[in-house]
Design a protein around this ligand. Structure first.
Ligand SMILES: *Cc1c(COP(=O)(O)O)cnc(C)c1O
Length: 398
């Protein structure tokens, strides 16, 4: 059994992928070939955004937006401590100070009711109001950006997050690396009211290519043209490749990856539907034979997760290592997303956070376990995953 079965998907669309790739080999425009524009147009329309700019990875997409907004030294950027490391890493590499805000224990996302306190604490350089790194006490940082993460494909409470942002005049960047295909109320993720959104096409993401890739989404035309320039060495425009008016870099997506994504996009809506079905299948199986104190992932009624991960929280008294081993012995791969809150990662030790600064993340990290999740997970495999987990947690057959 695979944790994410990319082979089943490939089997389904092999002909289309081969055709798309052959076409690229025929025209030979490997960099910024016509597939890149076609992909950008289709992705933008998928989420009703005005602009989509393909780029080198989800990490690169975050870097490009921060660069375009001129984020750097002296700035404070607010985000969740529970995310893939790239979220915090890209903030810190600009020179800005990441200010973490603890999560809601059920949605895994930033607890937006704590966000305003964090902003006020930075403004007042007051650690008693919210845990702050020394850098935010010693100097007056300027609150600039909130990076909202749709963790595991599930959106945070954007209504409240965006209203806090508006009150404090902050930019909001949606890190939708795991979220393409999801929705917040009536709005598609990657275009749900933030100033910009990013996504990743890392192979294991809901919409993945066969290498690295990412994209920036926005409805802001000047941001779009800045990002477009920055990903291509700061060129003035597509017609004048060698006229460079700003320092950029190489942040392009390959034509071949764009071609692969175009083939995958054809079946993507269907796959998002299949993921919903798999998630419901897990919920039903665990409802039938309840494990006391097992927490299932929750998605608000009005929202749709893209189900990048199906992450449960094991009962508090259960030894996770033992559960993982029992499942592995039955051929069931599991994963921990994530074992550490970013505030306790070595790369952020210079910020001086302590583990108990964010107690909810701290507790959640001890309990999380991600189960296999992909559109092609069979009902039989789901039966055996649920049954094995139920047994591993010591619930007897009755
Ligand atoms: C995967 C991921 C990224 C980085 O994407 P890459 O394409 O691997 O660079 C950033 N943020 C989150 C939340 C992610 O899950």
């Amino acid at each position: 059994m695979e944790f994410i079965d990319l082979k089943a998907q490939q089997k389904r669309i092999k002909t289309q992928i081969d055709a798309r790739m052959s076409k690229v080999l025929e025209h030979g425009q490997y960099i910024m070939g016509p597939e890149v524009r076609e992909l950008e147009t289709k992705l933008a329309s998928y989420v009703n955004a005005q602009y989509c700019i393909g780029c080198a990875s989800g990490t690169n997409a975050l870097e490009l937006v921060f660069a375009a907004w001129g984020i750097g030294k002296g700035d404070a950027v607010f985000t969740t401590p529970l995310s893939f490391i790239a979220t915090g890493e890209t903030i810190a590499k600009t020179g800005a100070i990441p200010i973490f805000v603890d999560i809601d224990p059920l949605s895994f996302n930033m607890d937006t009711s704590r966000l305003e306190d964090a902003i006020l604490a930075v403004k007042k350089r007051d650690r008693s109001q919210h845990p702050l790194p020394a850098q935010a006490v010693e100097q007056q940082l300027h609150p600039r950006v909130i990076v909202a993460v749709d963790l595991f494909g599930n959106p945070p409470d954007y209504d409240s997050l965006l209203s806090v942002a508006q009150r404090h005049n902050l930019l909001v960047l949606e890190d939708g690396a795991q979220a393409f295909g999801g929705a917040y109320k009536t709005r598609p993720l990657c275009n749900c009211g933030c100033h910009a959104a990013t996504t990743s096409f890392f192979p294991a993401k809901p919409l993945g290519c066969y290498g690295d890739g990412g994209a920036v989404f926005t409805n802001d035309s000047s941001l779009a043209s800045l990002v477009d320039s920055l990903r291509y060495h700061g060129r003035i425009n597509a017609q004048n490749k060698n006229e460079n008016i700003r320092l950029g870099g190489n942040g392009r997506i390959d034509t071949l990856q764009a071609a692969i994504l175009l083939a995958k996009l054809e079946i993507f809506s269907d796959e998002v539907g299949l993921r919903q079905h798999v998630a419901e299948g897990y919920a039903q199986r665990f409802a039938r034979r309840a494990i006391p104190d097992l927490l299932l992932p929750t998605v608000a009624d009005t929202c749709r997760s893209s189900w990048a991960q199906y992450t449960v929280q094991l009962p508090q008294k259960i030894d996770r290592t033992r559960v993982m081993k029992l499942m592995k012995d039955k051929g069931i791969p599991t994963f921990i997303n994530y074992p550490l809150g970013m505030h306790t990662q070595g790369c952020f030790s210079y910020l001086g956070y302590t583990p108990h600064d964010f107690p909810v993340v701290q507790a959640v990290c001890q309990r999380v376990l991600s189960l296999p999740m992909h559109p092609y997970l069979s009902s039989g495999d789901q039966d055996s995953i649920a049954e094995t987990l139920i047994q591993a947690c010591g619930v007897s057959n009755d």
